[in-house]
Structure formats: structure tokens, C-alpha cells
Design a protein around this ligand. Sequence first.
Ligand code: HAM
Length: 418
Amino acid sequence: MSIAKIKGFSDLFSPESDTFTAIESLARTLFSQYGFTELRTPILEYTELFARSIGEETDVVHKEMYTLTTEKGRSYSLRPEATAGVMRAYIEGALYTKMPVARLFTTGPMFRHERPQKGRLRQFHQINCECLGSESPYADADMITMLMRFLTSLELGSLELALNSLGCSECRPRFKHALTDYLNNLPKDAFCEDCQRRIHTNPLRVLDCKQEQCQNNLTNAPTLADALCPACKEHFALVCSLLQSQGIHYVLAPRLVRGLDYYTRTTFEVQSAGIGSQSAIAGGGRYDGLIKALGGPDVPGIGFACGIERLALLLQNRPSKHPDFFLAVLDEANLPQGFTLLQSLRSHNLSGTMNFQGQSFKSLLRQADKTQATYCLILGSNEIQDHTITVKTMSDGTQTTVAQDALYAHLSAGNNHE
Ligand code: HAM
């Protein structure tokens, strides 16, 4: 019996893997314009790192981590997100002594044991950016502007940027208190089971519960916007006006809390209507106390992550790049000349493959068709004798004979017309 992959994990074949690569390479190019450098952190970290940063009571840490415990009792977890590992690396590598503001970009697989569905996997991939060392609202606006420029350049269709401020260590506890009082004054069964627990463990999370039943009970709940201290209000107002100055549209989302405990002040999420219920394609925010809470200096930070699978879902109808040629070598005896021509075509930046066995012309044409090559290049004994190649254009079946030394120019000219 063959062995299947694990539920919620996927194999990425072309063209999906090409889409992933294209998304990542666009991100690399664009983010480097904004001063980001790439950081690769381990996939496995001590469980404590995630518990202390994301929060013990969050769904991610409480229910969704893949954790293993060694015989000696050490607990490790597969990373459910990138931020915690980046913070650990920043502190451990003492980056704060080397650069006043560190801009770090990470990409790779993350693991969350959630119920799989369209756009929600147990192993998924994120592109993650963190800017550490600035508490300025300009840093928030710069990050959000970069994110929106990245998403816009992918041409994903209509997107909505939701924006909120979660306040700081001064104003948030006051808000939490007022909210808890409000929630406790309602009958317990007015809320879903999760929220009944959250009222005690993490009341802010009740605000962005997806259940209609819970949302209906929040109509008269106190709002974060009213509770912000003057410094948080000023910070948020400047972020909003900077985004407006750059023509970035957003909607204020006073109940956007996000599922991770480390956020302070600005939080944001980008939603797309084009991929069903798992519509958040990116999310992030500021986390000014996080580095200190993890044993580092008191350095502020802001970041975001995009889900590559969700971006790829929005891009899946794009035409993918096809190979330029399939080289059909007609006789086994001609394979050596064919092989030399194949390598030379590639060294001229053309893409394609050939058959490594002598096969019938019909079968080779079928192979050319399957690879979706633009041209089938036919090399038989006649062509070898005349130093020519027969070039068949696969889209219309037309055929011409070209001198071998004019082949690259011929194919490149054809490519340029597409
Ligand atoms: P997050 O909102 O948990 O934030 O995840 C960011 C993005 O990852 C989501 O918007 C979504 O596109 C994608 N994602 C999350 N879970 C799944 C899943 N199970 N399957 C497919 N895609 C998923 C964070 O992870 C924060 N660390 C972002 C951040 C960076 N905040 C500050 N810095």
C-alpha cells in the first residue's frame, strides 16, 4: 500500500509551485527597496517561546501547535508563525547593538493544527516582515504602504485593508476591565462556547468572534476607539493620515483584535472577497512590549505576514509560463547531436527538454504537446546533414526549416512577438 500525505499538508506541483516562487521573488525585490534583508530561522523552537510571545490562552498556542516532548522532558513546537522566532533571533544575535532599525524578511512553512478547508492548511506558508527599533507612526505607515504596494502589484482584485488600534499598556487594561464588566452583565449562554471561556481568559478576543450570536451581543459594548489614551489616539491619527496621504484606502475596524496576544496600538488585516471564508490574506500590527517580554531590550516593533496559499488561490487563473521548445530527436543515433543542441539552447536562455530515447515522430509530437512548449524542434538525419532544424509552431501547426546557426535568433524573435 502506498503512503499518503498528512491531512492538511500539501505537495506543490507546477504551476502552483511556480506561483509560489513568483510571489516570493516579487516580495524579495520589493521589500529590499524598503531596506529589508532576509532572515531564515529554524522551523522548530522551544514551545515556551511561542507560549510567551503569542500567549498561552490564544487558540494558536492553546489548541493548534504541533508539539513534541523529548525523553528529557524538553518541549519543542513547529513554528505556528514567524514573528516569535524572528524576535528570538533578534535578541540572541544582539541585532539591536548593530543597527538602530532592523528590517527583517522571512518566508517559509508554518504549522497550525486547524480544521483544514479551502485556504486553510495545517502546513501553510507565510511571507513575514518585521521592522524593529522604531516606535514612530511613520514606521507603521511605511510597513502598511509596502504591504499594499506588494499586494497591488500582484493584481489580486479588490482588497480591503481593515485598521484598528489596540492601545497600549496604559489604556488597554482599562478597556479590558470595562469590556469584562459589560460581558459579565450578559447571560453566559448568550455567547458561543469559545467566548464563554474567552470572557475569563482573553475578553478582547470576544470582539472579533465570527459567530453571529456573539456579534449580536456586542452592539452596545464599549469600543477601543473611545478608550485610547491621548498618546495612542495621536499615534493612530497620524498613521491614518499618512496612509491617506499615500492614497491607501482603509476601513476602520474597531473590533479587529487579531488572534495573537502580543499586539499593541496599530493592528491591520487585508481581506479579499475572492477566496471564500478564509478571506484574510495578510495581517499584522505593532508589538511594542514583545522583545522586552522575551528577555531582550525595550525595543518597539511592527510587522505583518501574508499567507502565500491564499495569495496563490487568487492568482490561480493566471496563465503560467510554458517552455520555449521541445526538442524531438528522431533517431537514437542522433541523440548525441541532439544533446549538444539541447545544452546550447539552454545556454541561450531558452527553456525546454528533449527525449532521451529514439521514439516515433508521432509519439514525440505528443510529448511536445504535453509539455505545452511553444515550438517543437525536429532533429532528424536530414537536418543533421543540412545543419538545419525543423521548427514546428505548436499553436498553429506551421513548420519551417531554419539553419542551425540562425535558430536562437529565430526562436527569440518568435518569443518577442508573444
Ligand atoms: P496571522 O494573522 O495569524 O498573523 O497570519 C498571517 C496570515 O497567514 C493570515 O492572514 C493568512 O493569510 C495566513 N494563514 C494563517 N493561518 C493559515 C492557515 N492555517 N492556512 C493558510 N494560511 C494561513 C501572524 O502570523 C503574525 N505573525 C503576523 C505578524 C507579523 N504580526 C506581526 N508581525
